[in-house]
Design a protein around this ligand. Structure first.
Ligand code: HEC
Length: 445
């Protein structure tokens, strides 16, 4: 019995709803799991096929445990053999659909592979399937692998550390579970520097769903952010897709499962002395439990090494879109000459861009995004998002950097499902607006 993972995934944005679905799911599996199988002999070591301890546990430790162990975001612990056995059909379905481990970007090699990929091979997927079909035998505990390693990479160099400045209790509005809140931060960086890495540490992992850090380009941008903050009660201000401020750009992002991030060696993002930042928090508040209080922290690694090559987060995309409602699939397309992009975003003069990674971005109606570089010498795929999920936004780091010559244009195609809408969807930062952006982490050459 395979449970359609889509059905499980139809959870909208509610972790609470999700929590409910999972218990219902476990119940369902418990009710039906044994109906066709005599006695899977789960706790004996007679099984000849794959067993939990021998075959599944090492995979779980490597690919699932960072989120599916006690206290982590995944909600249930797959390092617990009995839980895993009950979840076996759901695990097999989720890995077959590649909804788990979560990675919205295709990593099969047809459009690059990524250093921080969460990606199972076809053989590993088949192993989950055959284990589940055999009745999820546990096998011999003596075969169990050592417990999952807890190596937490830490930043090195000059570290600047700050938090959101308050103990914040997220307050979702209108019966929705989400609170999107922006906090202005003065990290007190008093000399020009390069950011070479970051580590965003959520305060309460039960409510922090994702985090985006924006730099503010100048005093005007800072004044705009301050005005938005002043216009609302309580700490921070409401913001959704971006910071809500012109002249701000993304410099870091966190989603569950990301740890400390080291920017590609020899590169860094320039940080102007005295400038402020905006930290956008997406809170997803369970209806049960609480009240929840968060004080998320950020560490930035800074270097003053003038030999570093400055990197830029270059927004490429379709910046105007108009999506008719009621469509199962409707597209936005853009094609931007790289020279135009360079001028628009103040890049220094260049022969081309060396692309180290990309951060694709759409909102809730987004389904797929494909970004390609087109030059007289041919086409080069940059990013292929084949299962967009707003919750798993991240910067995906190319295994091998791409070189995109200055005479190229960047084409992008985003597809959306607007069946839930009654009005035209346009480009914007609101929850009901859409975007179609692939932010490239690049240096010029
Ligand atoms: C980066 C974090 C992360 C990793 C790694 C991860 N999961 Fe999940 N998983 C989640 C979260 C969070 C949920 C809750 C639903 C959601 O938000 O998508 C979930 C839900 C699930 C579900 C419930 C059904 C579903 O499809 O939503 C199953 C089954 C599952 N995970 C299996 C796995 C397996 C098996 C692995 C490893 C091969 C794995 N997960 C790796 C975070 C993760």
């Amino acid at each position: 019995m395979l449970l359609p993972s889509e059905a499980i995934h139809a959870r909208e944005d509610s972790m609470q709803k999700y929590g409910f679905t999972i218990s219902a799911l476990v119940g369902l599996v418990a009710l039906t799991g044994c109906s066709g199988t005599e006695d899977p002999g789960r706790t004996t070591n007679e099984a000849t096929g794959p067993t939990y301890y021998k075959d599944i546990a090492p995979l779980v430790n490597a690919e699932c445990a960072s989120c599916h162990q006690e206290g982590a975001i995944g909600g249930f612990s797959l390092t617990d053999a009995d839980v895993a056995a009950e979840m076996a059909p759901a695990m097999a379905a989720a890995v077959a659909a590649r909804t788990m481990p979560p990675m919205p970007v295709n990593n099969d090699g047809s459009c690059n592979t990524f250093k921080n990929a969460r990606w199972l091979s076809d053989e590993q997927i088949a192993l989950f399937e055959s284990w589940s079909r055999a009745g999820a035998p546990l096998g011999d505990p003596a075969d169990a692998p050592p417990p999952p390693a807890h190596e937490v990479p830490t930043l090195s160099g000059d570290i600047v550390e700050f938090d959101i400045g308050v103990d914040y209790t997220p307050k979702p509005a209108d019966d929705k579970p989400d609170d999107y809140r922006c906090f202005i931060i003065d990290p007190g960086i008093d000399a020009d520097a390069f950011m070479t890495g970051y580590d965003i540490q959520p305060g309460d992992r039960k409510v922090v769903h994702h985090v985006v850090l924006f730099s503010l380009a100048d005093a005007n941008a800072e004044a705009d952010a301050a005005a938005m903050d002043a216009a609302e009660d309580g700490p921070g201000y409401t913001c959704f897709g971006g910071s809500g401020v012109k002249g701000s750009s993304i410099i870091a992002a966190w989603a569950p499962g990301s740890g400390a991030t080291f920017l590609p060696e020899g590169t860094g993002i320039r940080y102007g002395a005295g400038r402020k930042l905006v930290l956008q928090m997406h809170y997803n508040v369970p209806a049960m439990g609480g009240p929840f209080t968060d004080r998320s922290k950020v560490k930035l690694a800074l270097a003053k090494d003038p030999a570093l090559t400055p990197a830029f987060l270059v927004p490429t995309g379709a910046f105007e879109l108009s999506l008719p409602p009621g469509q199962e699939r409707t597209e936005a397309k853009g094609e931007l000459p790289l020279s135009w992009v360079a001028q628009q975003f103040n890049l220094p003069s260049f022969n081309g861009l060396r692309v180290f990674g990309a951060l694709p971005h759409m909102h809730m109606a987004g389904r797929t995004l494909r970004s390609v570089a087109k030059s007289p010498s041919g086409e080069q795929c940059i990013t292929d998002v084949d299962r967009w999920d707003f919750h798993w936004q991240d910067l995906w780091w190319n295994e091998t950097p791409l070189e995109v010559s200055a005479d190229s244009s960047i084409g992008i195609t985003c597809a959306y499902d607007t069946r839930g809408r009654t009005e035209t969807t346009v480009f914007g930062e609101g929850t009901g607006d859409e975007m179609c952006i692939n932010m490239l982490y690049a240096t010029v050459y």
